[in-house]
Design a protein around this ligand. Structure first.
Ligand code: NOJ
Length: 545
């Protein structure tokens, strides 16, 4: 596979609302991001994925866009956006925009027009159906609770929405829709952005009458047309959010010969502790061996035929250190362990804001302290179904999206230095200990560990391009793998749990010299690795020659 810059890049995701407020309105903004670019340069990232900053009524915090060519006033102006792109570029950082084109806001002029009458020229920009037997056209559910159909009294038809009823799905069968979206994408590409993160892109080829929502028959042709009409003419990174992808499906998107996307962002490893039917609101314990299997399967099956993202977090997931690490006495060790496990694999690593300082989940007692539409809909609908407040709060504490959305903890001053006003979502009370200022002043911090992991990836081709092999597959507590390229070998050893664990070097690994690349405890470099007693959440990576 031809080498590309984005194979070697590390991406940092910013959720602008929670990043840094410079106006005192309690909401993060573009100038706040500009202010912190030096911080991101210091971390060493190459790309910023910006969650949506377009004009929006914020029903789903910007994933409901009412003007693709304008910036939400609470985030700033188009001049701020241009300056952000330029200032980032000066630091060698590219900005990738969140492309949300499965749906728009119900306040988008297209939808306002479309709702006016059945024969409005924009009617067919969206998906409308007549009632069936006096009710919904079919039983497709919305991902945000309730049916995916909303009745419009005015025109006596239902429109389709896979997310909130304020996020009507676009009709991708309509060539006019395709054309408008392509033009809008070119508008952004001409500004010099570094690419697109494509929101729920697996949903655009849907066939609602056949109840096919994801991976529909038109999906890949649509992406190939989009590639040709827009980003295929630029050297940019495109990453598709594809929840249900298998490695086979991933190749359809990301095999370079097919001219679709650079890479996908799939969640198989992140849903292993969700109930198969009920999903994230009914979590189950993580099966560690399954995690090894799934991560390894993606490493080997995509090799040379596609490209994957490496991540533990984003704005839709709980904080990894609280989820699979230990956010109490081993917060620092376990955060570093999880980072080690991921950052030596093949793929493009994504760091979600705050992950680099080990930010944790939150536990607010009152539902009124939550903001996320998905959480609020879940709470409202399940209260009706007889769940207790406590049951629902437990689920929200564990998997609610607001865990990831609390403001970034910059320092230990009031509101964690995020705003001088009232933050739109309460700051996590642990900001007095967990904050950027503390991390920058402490050479042993999680921040410097991530900085080192990023540097190691830049300095060692084997981390980007090497072959992967899982070792000690049946071990219940340690995750061990190697990466090989020409005569270089990297050995990664991590203890995934709090209990100490014994590592015995597999016989087929031979070497003359070993060099410790990174570790989350102090290690005597000369110590033999034939047999190692691993401490709680201990992680090490060696170069063997
Ligand atoms: C996926 C996004 O990541 C999520 O935050 C959003 O709510 C849905 N897509 C709908 O746009």
């Amino acid at each position: 596979m031809e080498r590309k810059w984005w194979h070697e890049a590390v991406v940092y995701q910013i959720y602008p609302r929670s990043f840094k407020d410079t106006t005192g309105n309690g909401v993060g903004d573009l100038r706040g991001i500009i202010e912190k670019l030096d911080y991101l340069e210091k971390l060493g990232v190459d790309v910023i994925w910006l969650s949506p900053v377009y004009k929006s009524p914020m029903d789903d915090n910007g994933y409901d866009i009412s003007d693709y060519r304008d910036i939400a006033a609470e985030f700033g102006t188009m001049e701020d956006m241009d300056e952000l792109i330029a200032q980032a570029k000066e630091r060698g950082i590219k900005i990738i925009m969140d492309l949300v084109v499965n749906h728009t806001s119900d306040e988008h002029p297209w939808f306002i027009e479309a709702s006016k009458s059945k024969d409005n020229p924009y009617r067919d920009y969206y998906i409308w159906r007549d009632p069936k037997d006096g009710g919904v056209p079919n039983n497709i559910p919305s991902i945000f609770s309730g049916p995916a159909w909303e009745y419009d009294e005015e025109t006596e038809q239902y429109y389709f929405h896979l997310f909130s009823k304020r996020q009507p799905d676009l009709n991708w069968e309509n060539p006019q829709v395709q054309k408008e979206i392509h033009q809008m994408m070119n508008f952004w590409l001409e500004k010099g952005i570094g690419g697109f993160r494509m929101d729920v892109i697996d949903l655009i080829g849907k066939e609602v009458d056949q109840k096919i929502t994801s991976n529909g028959p038109r999906l890949h042709p649509l992406l190939q047309e989009m590639n040709q009409a827009t980003f295929g003419n630029y050297d940019v990174l495109t990453v598709g959010e594809t929840w249900g992808a298998t490695p086979e499906i991933a190749k359809l998107y990301s095999d370079p010969e097919r001219n679709e996307l650079s890479m996908i962002f799939q969640f198989e490893h992140m849903t292993l502790d969700w109930d198969d039917e009920e999903g994230k609101w009914s979590p189950k314990p993580l099966d560690f061996k399954k995690l090894k299997k799934v991560l390894s399967k993606w490493q080997t099956e995509l090799k040379g035929q596609g490209w994957n993202s490496l991540f533990w977090n984003n704005h839709d997931l709980p904080r990894i250190v609280s989820r699979w690490g230990n956010d109490q006495e081993y917060r620092v060790e376990s955060a570093k362990m999880l980072a080690t496990l991921l950052h030596f694999m093949q793929g493009t690593p994504y760091i979600y804001q705050g992950e680099e300082i080990g930010m944790t989940n939150v536990k607010y007692e009152s539902i009124d302290d939550y903001n996320d539409i998905e959480i609020l809909n879940f709470y409202r609908d399940n209260l009706k179904r007889g769940y207790t407040h406590q049951q629902m709060m437990e689920a929200i504490w564990q998997n609610g999206r607001d865990n990831a959305r609390t403001p970034i903890q910059w320092d230990d001053s009031e509101n964690a230095g995020f705003t001088v006003g009232t933050p739109w979502l309460k700051v996590n009370p642990n900001y007095t200990e967990v904050n950027v200022q503390e991390a920058l002043n402490n050479h042993d911090s999680i921040f410097y560990y991530y900085q080192k992991l990023i540097r190691l990836r830049k300095e060692n081709d084997v981390i980007v391009y090497g072959d992967y092999q899982l070792l000690l597959e049946d071990d219940d507590s340690i995750f061990v793998y190697t990466r090989n390229l020409a005569d270089e070998q990297i050995l990664v050893i991590v203890n995934f749990f709090k209990a100490e664990a014994e590592f015995i070097l597999p016989e087929d690994i031979s070497f003359d010299n070993k060099e410790l690349l990174i570790s989350n405890y102090e290690v005597d470099e000369d110590e033999s690795i034939d047999k190692v007693e691993l401490k709680p959440y201990e992680a090490r990576a060696y170069r063997l020659t």
